[in-house]
Design a protein around this ligand. Structure first.
Ligand code: MV4
Length: 446
């Protein structure tokens, strides 16, 4: 096992990772920018190193400074959290070259899944159902037209280097295709420095359902069920739940087994998420994330497995501690992302938290890196906490969530809590009847 882990992240996830390290008896190193000197993850760490100025490129994304912090503190492993360098294959490689363990998958797996065409080809070859579309890159408008006409409209042009919805354009008919193709390419070039695009059949009202996987890099792998992440705005998830209200036991088992077998074949190591669109009872692979995700506590609640602790265990050479038949799914969990934002306009609302009263009680978990008196800096994303509620079934979970939300008091800044108070009373939400467009339509109406 490692003696000392450096946590290359900030906020609630830095604290989440520290907690797992502490339970394993591992010393922790926090790194932080000058804007985060007062952050909770810095206060609670065994050691901390200031690595630069507020812009992430000078601190949390700065590989030479992170390496220097490892060297100064003698850390033998790095946990990247989510975002920042968590899916940077080069960072994983550089750490290994310096005999520091990257707590995550191999750089090869990160690279394969980072390129959306290679990811899709790999998934398809492993027997995972994918969205119908072009075989790889589409280089010319003429080629795009040929593929689209064979497949039928509407189609979606996607950036090969993309993900998270950037560089995506819908073409509803042949008349739209020329403009969609050229704008997708231009946006891809501007956003990723790579204008490669591919085409898929556009699914019009899918749900976003992702399967949590976990492997030990030795050919043992399991699935840990799904999370329904359809409630999102501009590709930012707002609320996630497990199990998905849209799945039955049979379809859950079937897709879970397909994905777990695929992970066994590639000897995947650590936590991963295989993302699908789900429409009319069918799953369609879109992407794989090779990192721990923001919404991982939803899976922890229903499986009672500590995903971060397991990540650390397998990164240090341990075997998977459980088999598929040992994984028991219990009850229902919902996570609400508490952002420092206006709940209507979503304009960021940094500033001082003058009062902080998180909810508690049975089945309630709050993961957060803030505290009363803390000043939220304006430089980073606006997630300040996550409320995760667990119950015996979806109805109990919802009742408990309404209760927990009503207890939550945050003063001094605006937060998304009022939005959640509304959402948990909407019939479509309580009935589980929502697709990826539901929230934006709701926000447009009200
Ligand atoms: C799609 C799609 C419809 N059809 N692909 C958006 C981000 C990226 N992860 C994939 N995305 C989508 N891909 C096909 N073939 C619709 C989306 C999409 C979406 C997906 C998941 C969650 C929210 C979304 C919001 C808008 C569009």
């Amino acid at each position: 096992m490692f003696d000392k882990v450096l946590i290359a992240n900030r906020g609630e996830i830095a604290l989440r990772i520290q907690r797992a390290c502490k339970e394993l008896g591992i010393a922790t190193v926090a790194v932080h920018s000058t804007a985060d000197a007062d952050a909770m993850h810095v206060r609670l760490a065994d050691e901390s190193v200031c690595i630069g100025s507020p812009p992430a490129s000078d601190s949390y994304l700065n590989i030479p400074r992170l390496l220097a912090a490892c060297e100064i503190t003698g850390a033998d492993a790095v946990h990247p959290g989510y975002g920042f360098l968590s899916e940077n294959a080069r960072f994983a490689e550089i750490l290994e070259e310096h005999s520091i363990t990257f707590i995550g998958p191999t750089s090869e797996h990160i690279r394969i899944m980072g390129d959306k065409i290679t990811a899709k080809e790999t998934a398809k070859a492993l027997g995972i159902p994918v969205v119908p579309g072009s075989d790889g890159e589409v280089a010319t408008e003429a080629q795009a037209m040929k593929v689209a006409k064979e497949m039928g409209f509407p189609v979606l042009i996607k950036a090969t280097a993309g993900g998270g919805g950037r560089g995506m354009k819908v073409a509803h008919s042949a008349a739209d295709l020329g403009l969609a193709f050229s704008t997708a390419r231009a946006e891809a070039k501007a956003a990723f420095g790579n204008d490669s695009v591919y085409i898929e059949k556009y699914l019009q009202k899918p749900r976003h359902i992702e399967i949590q996987v976990f492997g030990d890099g030795k050919g043992n792998a399991v699935h840990l069920g799904e999370r329904d992440c359809s409630l999102q705005r501009r590709h930012q998830k707002i609320l996630e739940e497990s199990p998905s209200p849209a799945l039955n036991a049979e379809s859950r088992k079937k897709i879970g087994e397909i994905v777990a077998n695929a992970m066994k074949k590639i000897k995947y190591r650590g936590a991963g998420t295989v993302e699908f669109l789900f429409e009319d009872g069918e799953f369609y692979f879109i992407e794989m994330n090779t990192r721990l995700q923001v919404e991982h506590p939803v899976t922890e609640a229903v499986t009672d497995i500590d995903l971060v602790l397991e990540q650390i265990r397998v990164a240090s050479g341990g075997n998977l501690g459980f088999r598929q038949e040992d994984v028991k799914f219990s009850g229902h969990a919902i996570e609400c992302r508490i952002n420092a934002e206006n709940p209507r306009t979503f304009r960021p609302s940094p500033g001082q938290i003058t009062y902080w009263h998180p909810p508690g009680g049975l089945g309630v978990r709050v993961d957060s890196g803030v505290y009363q008196g803390y000043r939220i800096p304006p430089f980073y994303d606006s997630l300040i906490g996550k409320l995760i509620v667990h119950g015996k079934n979806r109805n109990e979970c919802l009742m408990r969530l309404r209760r927990a939300l009503s207890e939550f008091v945050i003063d001094g800044i605006e937060t998304t809590i009022p939005l959640f108070n509304e959402l948990v009373r909407q019939p479509d939400i309580t009935n589980g009847l929502y697709d990826i467009h539901w929230l934006e339509k709701y926000l447009g109406k009200s």
